[in-house]
Design a protein around this ligand. Structure first.
Ligand code: HMG
Ligand code: MG
Length: 297
């Protein structure tokens, strides 16, 4: 049955801006502050990764220190290893996330180790975060396809998702990293994962490269998953890869859910303004059909 309420995990400041041209720290802080006034309750704000790998996220400590934190909002960050966790804890990050993949080749290229090595690397990160009373989210990338390997067997998705939960993640976010999935495939994948992880511990993290993300979300909401990752203005894509695209736009998700009578607590107009403002720094308009339609009025 359809959920009555959906939790939105806003990933624009992280997943979006890690893949856009670099923007000034002040603009990122302004974006997170604006998002904090929209009713969103969870904002992935930074990423404590190697600045050589992702220079766009090199100012993560400054961001966590400069944002105006609002009560009731979780400001989280990616932490691939203990060094990342240490840096995240030093600036009072509320929650952290480890990120693995269901594809061996993607794991190598993204975090420079095998899937099994990554899980071993995450173990102490999860243990030490939890010892510090910090909850840990887990990501599985390439759940509906891999840019290097192509098809990804469902067993690999379910195995990594189950292991992340067993190791202490409270939730696993299922990433269609390259946005290639279609609705029946997405539902089939989530059904397989539901055999090993309950719906309340799952999130959908769908990129919109092929324009399928909203349809995929709808297909999976029907299975009882009610946490959705999305990026304001559909931020993301890659400045170096033509055609690559960001996460499903938060505006589009909120509009669809509003129309279905599903509560998100998010003020759509405030969200559209926050997205339009950050786009002034990016050299392109919002990649949200809903934002474009509303801004054209
Ligand atoms: P490595 O080179 O194998 O690591 O990278 P290393 O431990 O050998 O360290 C090499 C250098 O990096 C050293 O510096 C370390 O100090 C430094 P040097 O001595 O050469 O000057 N270093 C760090 N610096 C800052 N923060 C750290 C850190 N760790 C090491 N935490 C590593 C391994 C994981 C660090 C690297 O591969 C990396 O940073 N990868 C990040 C890739 C990334 O951020 N990808 C995007 C996020 S994932 C994603 O977007 C998918 C998702 O959205 C879900 C979906 O869509 O599917 C989550
Ligand atoms: Mg992503």
């Amino acid at each position: 049955a359809m959920p009555r309420q959906v939790n939105i995990v806003e990933v624009g400041p992280r997943d979006g801006l890690q893949n856009e041209v670099a923007v000034p720290t002040a603009a990122k802080v302004e974006l997170i502050n604006a998002l904090s006034k929209t009713g969103l309750r969870y904002i992935e704000s930074a990423s404590f990764v190697s600045p050589k790998w992702v220079p766009q996220m090199a100012d993560s400590s400054e961001i966590m220190q400069q944002i105006d934190r609002q009560n009731g909002i979780t400001y989280s960050a990616l932490t691939p290893n203990l060094k990342g966790l240490e840096n995240a804890l030093a600036v009072n990050t509320d929650e952290v996330a480890v990120f693995g993949a269901a594809s061996e080749q993607f794991s190598q290229r993204n975090i420079n180790c095998s899937i099994d090595e990554s899980l071993e690397r995450f173990r102490p990160v999860i243990e030490q975060a939890r010892a510090a009373n910090i909850r840990v989210r887990g990501y599985v990338s390439c759940v509906l396809g891999c840019p290097y390997q192509g098809e990804v067997p469902l067993e690999d998705v379910t195995r990594v998702a189950r292991q992340l939960i067993e190791m202490g993640c409270y939730e696993v976010s299922l990433g269609d990293t390259i946005g290639v999935g279609t609705p029946l495939q997405a539902a089939r994948m989530v059904k397989a994962v539901l055999e090993v992880v309950p719906a309340h511990q799952l999130a959908l993290h769908f990129h919109n490269t092929y324009g399928q993300a909203l349809a995929n979300i709808l297909a999976c909401l029907e299975l009882g998953v009610n946490t959705i990752d999305s990026a304001v203005a559909g931020l993301g894509g890659c400045p170096y890869a033509k055609g690559a695209s960001g996460n499903v736009a938060t505006e589009d998700v909120v509009y669809m859910l509003n129309g279905m009578g599903i509560d998100t607590g998010v003020d759509l107009d405030a969200l559209i303004r926050a997205g339009a403002d950050i786009c002034h720094h990016l050299g392109h308009g919002p990649r949200s059909q809903v934002a474009l339609a509303e801004l054209a009025k």
